[in-house]
Ligand binder design. Structure first.
Ligand code: HEM
Length: 326
């Protein structure tokens, strides 16, 4: 019995090491001109789709930035998060950290347009990386180059979704990002994505009744959020949401850092970044440096887009992003 338990532990550890090694791949074989011969208009096709959707629903762009993060930190940027669960097989989408994840329809729309122009050429992982880049630009962030040639994964397992919870301790989160090659500074910069979009009350309602590791929430914000959320948990299908940065919820800017410094943020883990010794100096710097934030945010997003990618003959190029080819 002990040996059986022991071997299960060893197998799980080996799988974990394998996953982390895969995550260390940084996309060196990717190339901005990858589709020059097979789909020269790929970037324009994704951009046009995103632009059209953005003007009818500005909440989509923040959703796509989150979608990229949730894809790239689980098995790398391989579009595994896009696989839809079926009655027979679950998938990453069904995992708790992926609660309220949105933007799948936007990637599907971009992929349909890509398939119409160049069937079987462009992977869903590339479509998502491009869509997230366009989202940053449409929200006023700096445009960055996305090297292409990612392949789509053939596995999507809800049990592998180990994304941090909003109440995770920052020490653990920094270690988690470091294991994927991101410094404390880069982590703080990526957290800056929480300057756009918002969160459902279920992610932060517990903070409204008392201080936590993030410290006490600003009293005015706490009262506003009590009005929005109520003090008691509601069924998830009636879970209200609030913008992270209510003044400019659809603009990539450095407001997030000023909010952190005045305890005016929703998520506990974000708030802890304002006081943690490894992150507080970066928070103060980016609060005072709007241009530096925009530049570094785009660089960090470009790096995120290359995390643990599948290249060459690995995986496949899916025809439909929500399901495997076979
Ligand atoms: C410890 C790390 C992180 C935690 C715990 C976290 C947690 C969350 C939570 C709980 C929400 C609200 C979801 C909802 O209720 O709808 C959210 C939203 C969001 N997150 Fe994060 N996040 C983290 C890091 C990141 C990173 C690295 C990025 C991107 C680079 C990101 C981008 C976003 C965006 C853009 C939204 C708004 C989505 C929307 O409005 O649909 N997050 N995050």
């Amino acid at each position: 019995m002990v040996t059986m338990v022991g071997s299960v532990v060893v197998i799980r550890l080996l799988l974990m090491v394998q996953l982390l090694l895969a995550m260390a791949a940084t996309g060196e074989a990717l190339d901005t001109a990858y589709y020059a011969a097979t789909c020269p208009d790929a970037e324009a096709i994704v951009h046009n789709t995103m632009e059209r959707l953005h003007y009818t629903d500005p909440t989509l762009a923040p959703a796509l930035i989150r979608l990229l993060f949730h894809d790239c930190f689980v098995r790398g940027c391989d579009a595994s998060v896009l696989i839809a669960p079926t009655p027979r097989y679950s998938s990453e989408r069904a995992a708790i950290p992926n609660y309220a994840l949105r933007g799948f329809g936007a990637v599907d729309a971009a992929k349909r347009a890509l398939e119409a122009a160049c069937p079987g050429a462009v992977s869903c992982a590339d479509a998502l990386a491009l869509a997230a880049r366009d989202a940053v630009e449409l929200l006023g962030g700096c445009r960055y180059d996305v090297a292409l040639g990612r392949r789509d994964g053939t596995r999507s397992d809800p049990w592998e979704v180990d994304l941090p919870a909003p109440f995770a301790r920052l020490d653990d989160v920094l270690a988690y990002f470091a294991a994927r090659g991101f410094s404390a500074e880069e982590t703080v910069v990526l957290f800056g994505a929480h300057t756009v979009g918002g969160a459902h009350c279920s992610s932060f309602r517990y903070r409204l009744t008392g201080p936590d590791s993030g410290g006490a929430m600003d009293e005015t914000l706490r009262r506003d959020m009590l009005d929005t959320c109520g003090a008691a948990d509601l069924p998830l299908d009636t879970d209200p949401a609030a913008f992270f940065d209510p003044d400019t919820p659809f603009t990539v800017d450095n407001n997030y850092y000023a909010q952190l410094m005045s305890n005016r943020t929703l998520l506990q883990v974000d708030q802890e970044a304002a006081t943690h010794p490894d992150t507080a100096p970066h928070v103060a710097y980016y609060a005072a440096s709007p241009g530096a934030f925009l530049q570094r945010f785009s660089e960090a997003m470009a790096k995120l887009s290359n995390a643990g990618v599948l290249e060459g003959d690995a995986g496949e190029v899916r025809k439909v992003c929500s399901r495997y080819n076979t």
